[in-house]
Design a protein around this ligand. Structure first.
Ligand code: SF4
Ligand code: SF4
Length: 345
């Protein structure tokens, strides 16, 4: 086993991490065409798509990378829609055999009882299904009929005893639906509710007017806190969004995972610190996880010394850091400030 150095890592940002994730895009095919999708037109002319043998190799290399640090590794299999790839089950088995935690990020509409049985048989740990509103607002973004199908997907996962988490992309169109979404999730057996803020990236660039202002976000967070209090005994509320975590006063995480606790490989092997942060730092066909981890870009994200504006000068920098993807999309710099932050004036 190779021993890796954590030099260039801020001790403050590094200490709370023991889980490192890889978001692995195994295809670029999807049965939906969501208005906010970060893929810039699915099945577009991607050349050099990863081949199955390359994906198995990436899984093995990732396991050896996290093992080198003594971290627990987790793989999020996604696409496109990962269930459109017949090899998904084998990828999951291979990751589980190597001791990695496995998760799928899915739109949920293709999940059937049979497929859940196969996923569970392969060793899947967690299914994440996107719900972007109650029926009308979800279907507005994801297409007619998709809400009912995704709900069926949640039910099938829940029936099979699979840990199921709902992911909601938060924007103006669904900010009034949150309590309804949480109740819906509980009713259909989901275990966790999580959300991410809309990042105007890919197709989402056309939805800039749906980004919540600071004041609107503050009101929505207040509401989510109340909803959490009311329903927290029935469903877990995830602590993903750095601003949400900071707002809740939870200093238990390092906030944004870019450069710290995750990395993303897209369907042609290009590597990004986070999929929503559209910055390519290398390609996994030619670069190793170790060199990417020590690339100037990852080090800069990790150390947070170059953050600008309010984030650069904030007492929460090591436990929050702001969403780098929002910063990039709205200020044109990945080190800019998170313009949705209402915690600092
Ligand atoms: S200014 Fe940036 S680091 Fe500070 S709380 Fe706001 S988003 Fe987080
Ligand atoms: S850039 Fe934003 S979406 Fe990406 S890991 Fe950081 S907080 Fe999450």
């Amino acid at each position: 086993m190779i021993g890796y150095s954590e030099k260039n890592c801020s001790q403050k940002t590094i200490k709370s991490r023991n889980l490192f994730y890889l978001q692995l895009h195994i295809n670029n095919k999807c049965n939906l065409r969501c208005a906010h999708c970060y893929e810039r037109g699915l099945e577009h002319k991607v050349i050099n798509l990863l081949k199955p043998n390359e994906i198995f190799e990436i899984i093995e290399k990732f396991q050896s990378f996290v093992k080198g640090f003594g971290w627990k590794g987790k793989i999020y299999f996604t696409g496109g829609e990962p269930l459109l790839d017949p090899n998904l089950y084998d990828y999951i088995s291979s990751a589980r055999n190597l001791g990695l935690v496995t998760m799928i990020l899915s739109n949920g509409t293709l999940i059937t009882e049979y497929k859940v049985r196969k996923l569970v048989g392969a060793g899947l740990n967690i299914a994440q299904i996107s719900i972007d509103g109650l029926e009308s607002s979800h279907d507005l973004i994801r297409g007619p009929g998709s809400f009912k199908k995704a709900t069926k997907g949640i039910e099938e996962c829940s029936k099979a005893g699979l840990f199921t988490t709902i992911m909601t992309t938060l924007g103006r169109w669904n900010s009034k639906d949150i309590e309804g979404i949480v109740r819906h999730a509980i009713l259909h057996g989901a275990n966790e509710f999580s959300f991410g803020r809309l990042v105007p990236e890919g197709n989402g660039i056309l939805l800039k007017d749906q980004i919540l202002s600071k004041d609107e976000l503050k009101q929505v967070f207040k509401k989510i806190k109340k909803i959490n209090k009311k329903y927290g005994k029935f469903i877990r509320f995830a602590l993903h969004d750095p601003l949400w975590t900071t707002y809740c006063g939870e200093n238990v995480t390092h906030g944004c995972s870019a450069g710290i606790s995750g990395i993303c490989v897209v369907e042609n092997g290009d590597v990004m610190p986070c999929r929503r942060l559209n910055s390519v730092i290398g390609n996994i066909k030619t670069d190793t996880f170790e060199t990417l981890w020590n690339s100037p870009c990852m080090i800069a994200f990790r150390n947070r010394d170059d953050y600008e504006g309010k984030c650069g000068n904030c007492k929460h920098i090591t436990t929050c850091g702001g969403c780098r993807a929002i910063a990039k999309a709205l200020t044109n710099s990945e080190f800019g400030e998170d313009l949705q932050c209402f915690l600092r004036s």
